[in-house]
Write a protein that binds this ligand. Structure first.
Ligand SMILES: Cc1cc2nc3c(=O)[nH]c(=O)nc-3n(C[C@H](O)[C@H](O)[C@H](O)COP(=O)(O)OP(=O)(O)OC[C@H]3O[C@@H](n4cnc5c(N)ncnc54)[C@H](O)[C@@H]3O)c2cc1C
Length: 397
């Protein structure tokens, strides 16, 4: 006897920040859609006194998307930290750049939010939406893309099919590999050391970033005077920084940060994440679309990675809803190409800008150092230029 194969309009693989937002957004916009969301890992509970070592700077555009899908209140109920200022300066130069939300007549420039807070709020919402079936924890064993549908098999041998599969399974996307979609990357050789610290002086609700010759060091404001650290450097140096004692680390980071917030009073667990910079050669194939880090992964220095993924989500929802209104097949290649054309240009310019910034601040040539400082100081003094950069960074453009 043939086993029943459950058919869905759309199957999303990956219920992280990007995939789960897509599922909630599609369910909000098209109430007749039948959607499955598959994730290998279930969100875990945590000790309320600790902070997630992974945080994201969430722009105004992403905040609006979360509001529209009924998730923003669930995030705020847990914990968020608005940042009102941003201060950037460089090592060995004399340049600095300061952005103030008051200059933009805005209450804040964005929010620093722990990734696990966002994912938990999204999973709460996923469970409220009747069109969504959340298969989690569940692992995919096989996937095939055919003319009329995609066929999927889970590791418990459950068979599923869909008109469209969306790969939201992160930077090492299994689905992308099965679909034979190649990536084009830049040689990067950097890793990020992340941790949480408590500083002697209050962080002033400011996102601080110092460009060291080895890479940028960011202090991102959290609640109760804590700061989340993203210290990008060579992979060897990042490993060394996890191995030294807490006291040694506190002294080194304080020095690297020029004691801007006084002494480092406590240091939480340290971990290292490899940094990558790539985009896929194709975002879509017949019956497949890639979103978020599965399609493009960038350096965290401008805090834009997940925000770009959420912009992918907004575009893909628009394309899918238009196709449904026109009674078209959502997995059709011509429909999906619209999404690819829309997002590729935006994502490419951000990738190139991140690569350029990393090289510019990594240079030890004195002429480059002087120009860099001059550039920061000039930008700091030209209000329209500063506002333009801020609008871009806040996702308002
Ligand atoms: C140190 C660091 C700091 C960063 N800071 C910022 C920041 O301030 N602002 C910002 O915008 N971005 C930031 N980023 C980037 C941001 O974290 C990523 O862009 C974002 O996590 C991508 O989200 P995603 O949902 O596409 O992928 P992920 O968050 O990787 O989620 C993928 C999901 O897919 C699931 N999955 C994986 N494989 C499978 C499989 N085979 N089957 C089923 N499920 C699977 C995983 O369990 C996970 O839930 C930072 C990145 C780093 C490394």
């Amino acid at each position: 006897m043939n086993k029943e194969i459950e058919h869905y309009d759309i199957i999303i693989v990956g219920a992280g920040m990007v995939g789960a937002t897509l599922a909630c957004g599609l369910a909000e916009e098209a109430e007749n859609l039948k959607i499955a969301v598959i994730d290998a890992n279930e969100p875990k509970d945590w000790d309320k006194d600790s902070y997630d070592m992974r945080v994201s700077a969430i722009t105004r555009a992403s905040q609006t998307l979360f509001k529209n899908i009924g998730v923003w209140e669930k995030i705020v109920e847990q914990r968020v930290s608005p940042y009102r200022d941003m201060f950037v300066w460089d090592e060995g130069g004399k340049g600095e750049l300061h952005f103030d939300s008051a200059d933009m007549a805005e209450a804040d420039l964005g929010h620093i939010i722990e990734n696990r807070v966002i994912v938990k709020a999204l999973h709460q919402r996923l469970k409220e939406l009747p069109q969504i079936e959340l298969l989690c924890p569940a692992k995919l064993e096989n996937i095939e893309f055919n003319n009329d549908k995609a066929n999927l098999v889970l590791d418990d041998k459950t068979e599923l099919s869909a008109n469209l599969v969306v790969a939201a399974d992160g930077t090492r996307s299994w689905v992308r590999q099965q679909a034979d979609i190649a990536v084009k990357g830049w040689d990067f050789d950097q890793a990020a050391l992340v941790t949480t610290v408590k500083t002697e002086k209050y962080h002033q609700d400011t996102a601080w970033q110092r460009f060291l010759k080895t890479g940028p060091l960011a202090f991102l404001p959290l609640t109760n005077g804590y700061s989340s650290i993203v210290w990008s450097t060579s992979p060897e140096e990042a490993q060394r920084l996890t191995k030294i004692s807490e006291n040694e680390f506190a002294l080194e980071i304080e020095q690297a940060f020029e004691s801007k917030l006084g002494k480092i009073e406590s240091v939480a667990t340290r971990a290292v994440f490899p940094l990558r910079l790539f985009e896929t050669l194709n975002y879509v194939k017949p019956r497949l679309a890639l979103v978020g880090d599965a399609a493009h992964t960038i350096h965290p220095l401008a805090g834009q990675g997940v925000n770009l993924g959420l912009a992918d989500v907004a575009s893909l929802i628009t394309v899918v809803v238009e196709a449904l209104n026109d009674k078209k097949d959502v997995g059709d290649f011509k429909i999906l190409r619209r999404y690819e054309r829309w997002r590729r240009a935006d994502n490419r310019s951000m990738l190139v800008a991140m690569d350029g910034l990393k090289r510019l601040f990594g240079s030890e040539l004195s002429a480059v150092k002087d120009l860099r400082s001059l550039g920061l100081n000039i930008t700091n003094k030209i209000t329209p230029l500063k506002n333009l950069i801020m609008q871009q960074a806040m996702g308002l453009k």
